[in-house]
Ligand binder design. Structure first.
Ligand code: GLA
Length: 399
C-alpha cells in the first residue's frame, strides 16, 4: 500500500528548484504547494448551493515560480512532455490554450479578468496528485498558481476568493462546469481537519476536527483506475437537471428545499428529476449529520453515513459505475465501517473508513474482487487530512 510519507515535501522542493534553475536559469522566487482532495460526504451538492465535507490529501502539486516583467507566461511540468509552453499574458484567451496548460494559464487569465494587476511568470510544476482518479489534480494545479500569484504580485486575496478565481479558470477557460468544492478544499483545508463548506457562502467555511489516528481508524482511497468518457457531458446534464428542478419548485437552488417538503416536491416533479432532488436533499442532511458526529468526536459514526451516501449516488443520482460499486461492496464485505465513491463519479476513486490494522485485508479483498471481475488492479492509498495550499520555506542552499 502506498503510504504518504514517501513524498517528503522538502526533498521534492529541492528537486523542483534544481529543475527550475536548469530550465529557466536562476532560482525561483519561491515554492508553493497545493493538495488534491477527497470529499468525505456532500457530493453533487456544491452547484446546488449546498454543503460538502472535503479534506485535503497529502498529495500535492508543487510549484517553483518566478515573476517576469515582460508579460510572458512560461509553463513546464515534470509530468508533461518536456516542452515549455510559452504564452503572452495579454493574449490569453479561453480558446487559445489546450491540455494541462489551460489550468494554470486560466488562473492567470481569471486574475487579470477580475482586474488584478498580474503579469508573467516562469512556472515549473511537479505533482504527486494522481491524475484521472477523481482526486482534483486540476484544482491542485490551479490553486498552486493562485497562491503563488497572490504572493508574487502582492494581491493578498482571501482563500475563498483565490478558490473562486481557480473555479472561474476551470469553468470559463478549461471549459469544465464544476462547482467550487475542489478549489475550496485545495486552498482552505487545514491538517487534521475536514472542511465544512457551504457553497452559497464559501467564506463561512469551518474546520471540523477529523482525528482518524486518535480513534484507531484509517481512510483508504481506492483509485479504480477507470474514467468513463460520459463524465463531462453527464456532469453538465445533471447540473442542468438540478437547476431545472429548482426552477420548477420556484426555488433559487435545491439547497432551499427543506427536508420536510421533499415528499411533496417529489410528487410534483417530472419522473426524471425527482431522484436528483431526493439525492441532493438527503445528501445535504448527511453532511449535517456527519459534521455533528465529528464534532462529538465519533469518527466511526461516519461509516454508515458514507455507505448511505453511496447508495444515493448509485440509485438516485446514478453516477456510480460497476467498478466503484464493486470497490464499495468488497470493502464493506472485508469489514470497512463505511465506503462510498468520492468526487464527480463515472469512475475515479472510492473512500473506505477502516479500523487500524484492517487496511491490508480490505485492500487485498478489493484487489481480489477486481481481478475476479476482470478489472485492472486498483491503486490503494492510505491518507490523512493534510494542509491546504501554502508557501514552502526556501530550499536549503538558497536561504
Ligand atoms: C467534481 C466537481 C465538484 C463537485 C463534484 C461532485 O469534483 O469539480 O465541483 O461538483 O464533482 O460533488
Amino acid at each position: 500500500m502506498n503510504q504518504t510519507l514517501e513524498w517528503d515535501e522538502d526533498s521534492r522542493a529541492e528537486r523542483a528548484a534544481d529543475t527550475f534553475r536548469r530550465l529557466f536559469g536562476g532560482p525561483p522566487d519561491g515554492m508553493w504547494a497545493a493538495p488534491g482532495r477527497v470529499n468525505l460526504i456532500g457530493e453533487h451538492t456544491d452547484y446546488n448551493d449546498g454543503f460538502a465535507l472535503p479534506m485535503a490529501l497529502p498529495h500535492t502539486t508543487l510549484l517553483a515560480a518566478r515573476a517576469r516583467t515582460d508579460g510572458r507566461l512560461r509553463l513546464h511540468s515534470a509530468q508533461g512532455d518536456g516542452r515549455i509552453t510559452d504564452l503572452a499574458v495579454a493574449a490569453l484567451d479561453p480558446d487559445a490554450v489546450t491540455g494541462w496548460a489551460a489550468y494554470p494559464a486560466g488562473v492567470v487569465w481569471a486574475l487579470a479578468e477580475a482586474g488584478h494587476p498580474v503579469g508573467g511568470a516562469d512556472l515549473h510544476f511537479d505533482s504527486t496528485v494522481p491524475t484521472g482518479a477523481g482526486l482534483s489534480s486540476s484544482a491542485a494545479l490551479e490553486c498552486a498558481v493562485a497562491v503563488a500569484y497572490d504572493d508574487l504580485y502582492g494581491l493578498r486575496l482571501p482563500g475563498p476568493e483565490l478558490a473562486r478565481i481557480a473555479q472561474r479558470a476551470e469553468n470559463a477557460f478549461a471549459g469544465v462546469p464544476c462547482g467550487i468544492m475542489d478549489q475550496m478544499a485545495s486552498v482552505c483545508c487545514t491538517a487534521g481537519a475536514a472542511l465544512h463548506l457551504d457553497a452559497r457562502s464559501p467564506q463561512d467555511h469551518r474546520q471540523v476536527p477529523f482525528d482518524l489516528q486518535g480513534q484507531g481508524l484509517r481512510l483508504l482511497v481506492i483509485d479504480t483506475r477507470v474514467s468513463h468518457d460520459l463524465g463531462d457531458g453527464a456532469y453538465a446534464a445533471l447540473r442542468a437537471g438540478c437547476e431545472r428542478a429548482a426552477a420548477l419548485l420556484g426555488l433559487p437552488a435545491l439547497r432551499d428545499l427543506p427536508p420536510g417538503e421533499l415528499a411533496r416536491a417529489l410528487r410534483i416533479l417530472p419522473a426524471e428529476l425527482a431522484p436528483l432532488v431526493r439525492h441532493v436533499v438527503t445528501e445535504n442532511a448527511r453532511v449535517a449529520e456527519a459534521v455533528s458526529r465529528l464534532r462529538e468526536g465519533d469518527v466511526a459514526a461516519l461509516g454508515p453515513i458514507l455507505t448511505a451516501g453511496h447508495a444515493s449516488l448509485r440509485d438516485d443520482y446514478r453516477v456510480s459505475c460497476p467498478e466503484t460499486d464493486l470497490a464499495v461492496t468488497a470493502a464493506l464485505g472485508a469489514g470497512a465501517l463505511g465506503a462510498r465513491m468520492t468526487g464527480g463519479g463515472f469512475g475515479g476513486s472510492v473512500i473506505a473508513l477502516v479500523e487500524a490494522g484492517q487496511e491490508d485485508a480490505v485492500g487485498v479483498s478489493v484487489t481480489t474482487a477486481f481481478g475476479a471481475a476482470g478489472h485492472r488492479p486498483p491503486r490503494i492509498l492510505c491518507v490523512t487530512p493534510a494542509a491546504g495550499a501554502h508557501r514552502l520555506a526556501p530550499p536549503l542552499g538558497t536561504r
